[in-house]
Write a protein that binds this ligand. Sequence first.
Ligand code: SOE
Length: 433
Amino acid sequence: MIPVAKRPTKPTPERRAPDANAGRSAESPKRQVSGTAAGEVGIGLIGTKFMGRAHANAWSQAGRFFDLPKRIRMRCVAGRNPIETKAFADRWGIAAATVDWRTLLEDPAIGLIDVLTPNHLHAEMSIAAIEAGKHVACEKPLAGTLEDAKAMAKAARAAAKRGVKTFVWFNYRRCPAVAFARQIVEEGRLGRIYHVRASYLQDWGKASTPLLWRFQADQAGSGAHGDLNAHIIDMARFITGDEVTEVVGSIEQTFIKERALVTGGGGEIAGKGATTKRKTGTSTVDDAVLFLARFAGGAVASFEATRLATGNQNRNQIEINGEKGSIKFDFERMNELLWWDDTLPSALRGWSRIMCTNGGDHPYASAYWPAAHLIGYEHAFVSMAADIALALGGKKPVVALPDFDDALQTQAVLEAAIRSARERRPVAVRELV
Ligand code: SOE
């Protein structure tokens, strides 16, 4: 039987208000890294929902597809509901389950804490883990607020001196087509970049979707903005290798102001199967945010995120136009990258559809299947788990891993867009970090 730790007498910290300083004790010594010795990385997961499944699958698959310097072992999972958490542990082959996430910090067999909770808990949990000498991999966005994100980056910077590493799950960097887009730009094949056009469109946030945590600012920070713009800001920064310096103008819109209160259950992103009340509560987040920005290198950019783009279920798209060519990516055709090579004779120019599945040519492709034997959503997580294990084993990851400092830049762009929308003015990113 998988042991389930006893329910703690006080409410679990998952219920507590966010407090970046919680778990920090002035007297507690800063601990050295533990749990990554003896050829093994012990993982402790906090969270059992949608991302819990994506990550548990990733940790269990990474060593099957990649040659890793250390074996990955999921040692314990923490969740709020003891029965569900134990069932989750059984299903994913995790050695133990608990309702008290702090016990993971005390476990010497755990070297990395994977934080998969709603955004307002990222700071408290990550900082406590860092200070306990654990590496941390945190779901995106880094935090619900810039203040929390800054506290996390500060703690990570201090702990880096003791060998503690941090990672943020910007999974789309690891779609082979996105990683290949980065290579194309890095090799100078697009030349000078003029435009970045990024949009992340979903449609699950309809009026029938209840008031999940994702619609509550005190838990999520923001709505489509932090959830979706965070991804495309990271992708734009990653592919161009450039930084957003200014948000020039922005619109923030909440279309659906009242949603049914949730009484229980509910899974996946739209709360499938949740039970609700007749009574409604107020949504305190945006349903859509659109903004214009400038990059340090001179490119101009547009970003758009919404949960109400009917018919666009997970359309994460980015297009980059340069002086020598352009590229386009659309997650709904995630194995493909479109490329226009403007250096070809004009008679030959046209959009090439590159299937990014050739082992040896395209990033990560050799780890999976033969050419055009397609991969899916979960593979970017598997590749990220593998890259983290490579980094912890002193090897180079296939694609650069964003740490807390890197993710803080993305968080600052998110904040600049919100300030620009609310204050109706351009906002320089350097005002914020
Ligand atoms: C919901 O909008 C969501 O699950 C995001 O939270 C993820 O980050 C994205 O990859 C898919 O959509």
